[in-house]
Design a protein around this ligand. Structure first.
Ligand SMILES: Cc1ncc(COP(=O)(O)O)c(C=O)c1O
Length: 364
């Protein structure tokens, strides 16, 4: 999608796909499966076992119990199914804009109601705003949920253990169910620790969605995992059988290999992303000093505040038309997104440089 959506003269730095060679263990697992003719239906718990082992080694979390997991087609469909389990038609779902645009679309398509609780000016959860949103959400008497993005796309915010425990306590106080999208969890900057939501005290009734799809660039190989906290196991057990028909067998093979054998590849990738974050910061300081870029703590996305450029609500339009560089339009990320763009830096340093050159040229 990244390289096919725009004409060839446009440099695409928008959708969350990476310009990387496939991790060798993933390639091997897939080619072995194809050579064997292993292209039928999936079975077994290898994906969940690989995630449990990865979570223990990487995040020191031993609570990803295989019996409290379910394979779902992808993270967004998993979110939809989790929301279906814990809320009903017309019920509210709290989100923290600016946030991944499909959160709004999928919640609305499911006939749930979006309640916004914007991040604070520091791009972290604002607990007064969140409490007010919870109060509003439960006021109507329905079943409310909170869809948390952790780490946050587009800001790269990594929520701390203290913040996540505060989320759990607040959700418990208001009777709000927490569904957390942890797809970007493997992609932390060096020196930054990701904390799984279900690992914090009080989060037992939470439901998490995890996947190797962002970390290893496997979005075309559909598979993700839903993980239930101990007090949400009964909810996950109600997941209808037909949901398990969605994930691709080859997707499950690829994701399993990534989590089990792809950690060296992941760490090499993360080192490259660290360098690209530094490069982008330096290039913006040199060529577009009025663009405010806070280095993200995770993801390969940079959230650029372009309000100082005077390009209106959607600077992405100007960068595309005049600079021939495609960025994601901030206004699609909900409140707080206007005047911003999201730039994908999971590419070569040369492409990052060319992207900034084109952005600067758009202003000339
Ligand atoms: C926060 C977040 N959730 C979900 C997705 C999509 O995941 P999937 O393709 O597994 O539905 C993305 C993709 O960029 C994302 O950034």
């Amino acid at each position: 999608m990244k390289w096919r959506t725009y004409p060839p003269d446009v440099l695409p730095l928008w959708v969350a796909e990476m310009d990387v060679p496939l991790a060798e263990p993933v390639l091997r697992a897939l080619t072995d499966a194809l050579a064997l003719g292993d292209t039928g239906y999936p079975a077994g718990t290898a994906y969940a076992e690989a995630l449990a082992e990865f979570a223990e080694k990487r995040w020191g979390w031993d609570g990803c119990a295989v019996e409290r997991t379910a394979i779902v087609p992808d993270v967004m469909m998993g979110i939809v199914e989790m929301l279906r389990l814990v809320t009903g038609n017309g019920d509210p779902v709290v989100v923290n804009p600016p946030v991944y645009p499909p959160f709004f679309q999928f919640i609305e398509h499911l006939d749930r109601r979006v309640v916004e609780a914007s991040l604070g000016p520091d791009l972290r959860i604002d607990f007064d705003t969140l409490e007010e949103a919870f109060r509003q959400a439960v006021a109507g008497g329905g079943r409310a949920a909170y869809l948390l993005c952790s780490p946050q796309n587009p800001t790269g915010t990594v929520h701390t253990a203290a913040e996540l425990a505060a989320v759990a306590a607040l959700a418990d106080r208001y009777g709000v169910r927490v569904v957390v999208d942890e797809i970007h969890a493997p992609l932390t900057a060096s020196g930054v620790d990701f904390v799984p939501y279900l690992s914090v005290p009080g989060a037992e009734s939470g439901l998490s969605l995890m996947s190797a799809s962002k970390g290893w660039n496997l979005a075309g190989l559909k598979a993700a995992l839903a993980v239930a906290g101990t007090a949400a196991a009964a909810d996950l057990a109600r997941l209808p059988e037909e949901v398990s028909h969605g994930p691709s067998h080859l997707g499950i093979i690829a994701h399993t290999a990534a989590l089990r054998d792809g950690t060296a590849w992941l760490d090499a990738l993360r080192a490259g992303l660290d360098e690209n974050r530094r490069l982008l910061t330096d290039l913006l300081a040199a060529h577009l000093p009025s663009v405010n870029c806070r280095p993200g703590e995770a993801t390969y996305l940079a959230w650029l505040d372009c309000r100082g450029l005077g390009l209106g609500d959607d600077p992405a339009d100007v960068f595309l038309e005049r600079g021939r560089v495609a960025l994601s339009a901030g206004s699609r990320f909900g409140t707080g997104g206007r005047g911003h763009v999201r730039l994908n830096l999971a590419t070569s340093p040369e492409v990052v440089e060319e992207g900034v050159r084109r952005m600067a040229a758009a202003l000339g």
